[in-house]
Design a protein around this ligand. Structure first.
Ligand code: COI
Length: 356
């Protein structure tokens, strides 16, 4: 291969799942990409190989000290059959920011973009076309050095796997119910909250399980110091329409800088809708709800896209938002983002990247 990526094709292609029942992250394509790092060689041996288990030494640092980062991005099949990626450059930039925070060596963003485009091209038949479906791309890096000293690993592996997906929360765009967590915190400023690293998700599982037992879809996190300011929701950033203004928590260092969050802010500004990135407290939301000013709430994320929030539960009280249907702004953003992604709408910011 001209770009130095070795390709080994599988002899046994898997049957493809029905596009009506993809769910999220259940089915994986026929191939994966891998590349290794050693301190004295840098990143090397880029290769596309059949999808397969990975074998690691039990002492590999990732198992003990959590030195791992991941990304999540999507490719779409447009109505004309072409496959395009949504903001892959922004995702790979963020991967390098996550890497820096936990001492993983930087990747060459262009090399990885070339690799993931080639991987998708190899597995292009797996990119679904139905409304609401996409190919979710999961690059991740793990520390592989077999050594139990607490210090940055000197060996890593980058892997990219692909999974055809439907909607993250059941089918289509439906308002989700959110439990606001008073006790557990996901991250604190100065920690690793803004890095896309596995431990942030593990930290959220206990509260998520409890919320699920009470019938809630997700947990909304408050800041770890004042236990007042909204941070984010399990798998999404969060926005509130207070009167005519849209408010979203400012990037404080403990919040993930979502690519869909950034896309929503840019679209709102393009539409001349006032949007503020600032601290917003749970007390302010409760007040606004009582005054009838909390018009809409919605989450944004690669997996979740734009996900309307229909209820917040805080300290045993339930605050219904809207009338059970997606609010107009969430609907408009959902249509705009998915329209750009599927190629049905103009792409004013040049977000879509062709495969070749
Ligand atoms: C994403 O939206 O891509 C995420 O990574 C969220 C979740 C699936 C972990």
């Amino acid at each position: 291969m001209g770009n130095g990526i070795a390709v080994e094709l599988t002899a046994a292609r898997k049957p493809k799942p029905s596009q009506q029942a993809l769910g999220f992250g259940r089915y994986f394509t026929d191939h994966m990409f891998m590349m290794d790092y050693e301190a004295d060689r840098g990143w090397h041996q880029p290769r596309i190989v059949p999808y397969q288990p990975i074998v690691l030494d039990p002492a590999a640092k990732v198992f003990h000290y959590g030195q791992t980062v991941f990304e999540g991005m999507k490719a779409f099949r447009a109505k004309d059959g072409r496959i395009r990626l949504f903001r892959p450059d922004a995702h790979l930039r963020r991967m390098n920011r996550s890497n820096a925070r936990i001492c993983v060596p930087p990747i060459d963003e262009e090399t990885v973009l070339t690799a993931l485009k080639q991987l998708i091209a190899v597995d292009r038949e797996w990119v679904p076309e139905n409304e609401g479906t996409s190919l979710y791309i999961r690059p991740f890096i793990i520390a592989t050095e077999p050594l139990l000293g607490v210090a940055p690993s000197r060996q890593y592996r980058l892997t990219i796997i692909l999974t055809p997906v439907g909607a993250y929360y059941g089918e289509g765009i439906r308002p989700v119910r959110i439990h606001v967590e008073p006790d557990d915190v996901r991250a604190v400023a100065g920690g690793v909250g803004e890095a896309k690293t596995a431990g942030n998700y593990a930290a959220g599982l206990q509260a998520q399980e409890e919320a699920a037992r009470q019938g809630y879809d997700q947990v909304m996190w408050l800041d770890g110091v004042h236990r007042q300011y909204i941070e984010e929701v399990g798998s999404m950033n969060v926005f509130f329409r207070l009167g005519e203004t849209v408010v979203t928590p400012a990037l404080s260092g403990s919040i993930l800088a979502g690519v869909t969050r950034d896309s929503a802010i840019r679209l709102l500004r393009l539409w001349d809708i006032p949007v503020e990135e600032r601290n917003v407290s749970i007390d302010e939301l409760v007040e606004a709800h009582r005054a009838g000013a909390l018009r809409e709430a919605f989450g944004t994320g690669t997996a979740a896209v734009i996900s309307p929030i229909g209820e917040l539960q805080w300290r045993g009280e339930r605050f219904a938002i809207g009338n059970g249907d997606p609010g107009p702004l969430a609907r408009r953003l959902y249509d705009a983002v998915t329209g750009i992604q599927r190629g049905g709408e103009p792409d004013p910011f040049g977000w879509m990247a062709d495969l070749d």
